[in-house]
Design a protein around this ligand. Structure first.
Ligand code: FAD
Length: 386
């Protein structure tokens, strides 16, 4: 048995690392703390085009997982790319015109996308959506209000879902649409998150859509959404974040002091970093197993759910333990990128940022409670929860 990726993959990893180290040198000059990535849109688009030119926005399987891990590990704004968010849906359900127009440009980083599914009363259960698209001649008129959308303010296109029929059960009456964000009636409001960046509300105010805006089959939106959500991403990028935070924690223990004693001599600090090194190794092994199951077509639905829960909760625990070990310096916050870091912040203010941020992964891409439901039902064979 060999737990390593093959040498070709490790060569690819080294290439990605070298590219990212070069691309991110001096990124602090392009800071934008209101964006999740911490970086200005122009810088991000340029980086997407450079990665796209290498074919790195259109990867799958192990290469995609390795790319995501390395990008997350160094805070590169290459996680929520158009291909990651909507590539599967467009490639699988898009008409020849949609595929021909959008996919090549998504893959080269020329087109940015957002996915706007969530509504105030429809998050975990998207069958409760109220957005409505009514027939208007050949086309549709869409009205509705989407919330918690990542990156709508910088997206060129949006993939969304609305009810198109109310005379059938919700899951048979939903339709997906692809919408040019410049279409009249699309309105974006940026809302602050607790960590200083923004998620977007997207209002569709009587937006007229031609028949070509439908993605897939009218009425098939629920089944399409479920498949698109399952394909959205592996848990590898959270592990890239976790690796970064563990590195910061080890650096803190190596050089920090508490009450005049080096943290490196403190048995609790040593125990903590060792415990997280074990947990990260475990999480990586589980994520690789989920990846292997996916690329070999084993189709074990519990494995990606287990990997997602493990990675996101490890990351949250790690951020919490790091701020605790750092003491008061762990309370001093800084945005991800800035040329004006606060003095005395642990990890240059990064640990406090992590503490506020890491609740995020346990909610987005399918809340962990829902993932545990999947594990109970589809992994352990328990009956569906009521
Ligand atoms: C950082 C971030 C980025 C996001 N980006 C996007 C995006 O780009 N596009 C988009 O459409 N949405 C996005 N979302 C929204 C995200 O998909 C929803 O937050 C998520 O689906 C949960 O929905 P909710 O917030 O309405 O919570 P709810 O569904 O109301 O859940 C509230 C709580 O109840 C629990 N719960 C709900 N149902 C069950 C159940 N059946 N069993 C057990 N517990 C349950 C949940 O786990 C959660 O703890 C993002 C969210 C975050 C935090």
């Amino acid at each position: 048995m060999d737990f390593r990726f093959d040498p070709g993959i490790e060569t690819f990893r080294a290439e990605v690392r070298a590219f990212l180290a070069d691309a991110l040198a001096g990124a602090d000059r392009h800071a934008d703390s209101l964006d999740l990535t911490g970086l200005a849109e122009s810088y991000e688009r340029d980086l997407h085009r450079r990665a796209g030119a290498r074919g790195w926005l259109d990867l799958d399987g192990v290469r995609k997982a390795v790319f995501d891990f390395e990008a997350a590990r160094c805070d590169a704004p290459l996680i929520d790319t158009a291909m990651t968010l909507a590539g599967h849906a467009v490639a699988t359900y898009g008409s020849p015109a949609q595929r021909g127009d959008l996919l090549p440009r998504m893959a080269t980083g020329e087109v940015e996308m957002c996915i706007a599914y969530t509504e105030d009363a429809a998050g975990s259960d998207l069958s409760a959506i109220a957005a409505l698209a009514s027939r208007d001649g050949d086309g549709w008129v869409l009205s509705g209000h989407k919330v918690l959308v990542t990156g709508a303010h910088k997206a060129d296109w949006c993939c969304t879902v609305a009810r198109t029929r109310f005379d059938v059960p919700a899951r048979q009456g939903m339709t997906m649409f692809l919408i040019d964000m410049r279409t009249p009636g699309v309105e974006i409001v940026r809302r602050p998150t607790m960590n200083g960046w923004t998620l977007d509300d997207v209002g569709f105010n009587d937006v007229y859509l031609g028949p070509e805006a439908v993605l897939g089959e009218p009425g098939a939106g629920w089944a399409q959404l479920t498949a698109a959500a399952a394909a959205e991403r592996s848990s590898m990028f959270w592990l890239g974040n976790a690796r970064h935070v563990l590195d910061l924690l080890v650096a803190l223990v190596r050089t920090g002091t508490r009450d005049g004693t080096p943290l490196a001599d403190d048995p609790i600090a040593r125990d903590t970093v060792a415990r997280f090194a074990v947990a990260l190794a475990d999480a990586e092994r589980l994520a690789r197993r989920a990846l292997w199951s996916d690329i070999t077509g084993q189709d074990d639905p519990a494995l990606p759910a287990m990997a997602k829960v493990t990675a996101t909760e490890l990351l949250q625990d790690l951020a919490q333990a790091a701020t605790e070990l750092a003491g008061p310096a762990g309370l001093i916050w800084s945005p991800l990128f800035t040329s004006d870091r606060p003095m005395h912040g642990a990890g240059d203010g990064r640990l406090a940022w992590e503490y506020l941020e890491r609740v995020h992964g346990t909610i987005s891409v399918g809340a962990n409670e829902l993932q545990r439901d999947t594990i109970a039902q589809r992994g352990l064979g328990l009956p569906r929860g009521r």
